[in-house]
Design a protein around this ligand. Structure first.
Ligand code: NAP
Length: 298
């Protein structure tokens, strides 16, 4: 990949901590080159909210098209944008900011990214289905909004701390029309998980070596689709449990690619461009292999 930086290059990037292992620069820079966009995407590691505030001042003075936001700043970004799109407000988190006309406009592309990868990779249709989201943080909020807009019949938020699941559902309550919502503590979730058509893991449980599945294989069955938002390792304990139960399982790489592609769609402001997901996915997969090889070299 050749990045040519000159006097008219515009900037994009990802704010978060830690972001040493982010795949976003690889997949964004590859697609900018493919589309002939004179942009460059850089990691922006930020230590705390004071530095985040300072960085936003700098961004306003620089030729940014926009930036992504990841953990732990997605919630804080809500109150730091000049305007926040309805879906991001509902989700309670901003993962994409468009710098437009001197203003920071916040979006959330995680939910739409999840839906896009679910449709592309499994063909799952949400309409009238009972779904379960495990986790109650920012990613769970984005998934909730997406499933509500997809007209799921019932969304149950399962979390180890019930109070956090209750908070998420109460925030959504006024937006619910045909979809019903419920909450259950993880240890009591067997019946609700066994009867769901779709189960999504929106917790980080599965990322670390030795992590167990957030759901035992015995609660799953062959009629179900299971999505783990985690993409590293590429096969988590949950995906192994789902496969043991005969369920269809996908990881979070497709979601990562789609949320990133949707950000480029927003920044490019052109209905003519549909950012090619395959270019971004191939670059993300290459970057994962490179990082793995470097870790082994050390
Ligand atoms: P978050 O706001 O910190 O929320 C984390 C949630 O996971 C909370 O509900 C928390 O439960 C639960 N949790 C944390 N550790 C747990 C454990 N050991 N066992 C059981 N539950 C645990 O995080 P987030 O931003 O929503 O992100 C969640 C996951 O989604 C992360 O792994 C992130 O990488 C992934 N994600 C992937 C994509 C993608 O594009 N593929 C996009 C966004 C997020 P309590 O409330 O009980 O503490």
């Amino acid at each position: 990949m050749t990045i040519r930086v000159n006097g008219t290059t515009r900037l994009a990037g990802i704010i978060g901590l830690p972001i040493d292992h982010t795949l976003s620069p690889a997949m964004h820079n590859a697609v900018y080159e493919h589309l002939g966009l004179n942009w460059v995407y850089v990691p922006l590691p930020i230590a705390d909210e004071t530095d985040l505030y300072r960085l936003l001042g700098a961004i306003r003075a620089l030729p940014f098209v926009g930036f992504n936001v990841t953990m732990p700043y997605k919630q804080a970004m809500l109150s730091l944008c000049d305007e926040v799109a309805m879906l991001a407000r509902m989700a309670g988190a901003v993962n994409t900011v468009h710098f437009e006309g001197g203003r920071l406009i916040g979006y959330n592309t995680d939910g739409r990214g999840l839906l896009e990868s679910l449709t592309l990779e499994t063909g799952f249709d949400l309409l009238g289905k009972d779904v379960v989201i495990v986790g109650a943080g920012g990613a769970a909020g984005a998934a909730f909004v997406a499933f509500m807009l997809g007209k799921a019949r019932r969304i149950t938020v399962v979390n180890r701390k019930l109070v956090r699941a209750d908070e998420l559902v109460s925030r959504m309550r006024s937006h619910l029309r045909i979809t019903e919502a419920a909450t259950v503590e993880t240890e009591s979730a067997e019946a609700v998980i066994a009867s769901a058509s779709l189960i999504v893991n929106a917790t980080p449980l599965g990322m670390r070596d030795g992590d167990v599945s957030p759901i035992p294989a015995e609660w799953l069955n062959s009629e179900q689709v299971v999505v783990d938002m985690i993409y590293r390792p590429s096969k988590t304990a949950l995906e192994i449990a789902a496969e043991q139960a005969g369920a269809k399982a996908i990881n979070g790489l497709g979601m990562l690619v789609s949320q990133g592609a949707l950000a480029v769609d927003i920044w490019s402001e052109s209905a003519q461009i549909r950012t090619p997901r395959d270019v971004m996915r191939a670059a993300a997969e290459r970057a994962m292999i490179d990082m793995h090889t470097k870790e082994i070299d050390f």
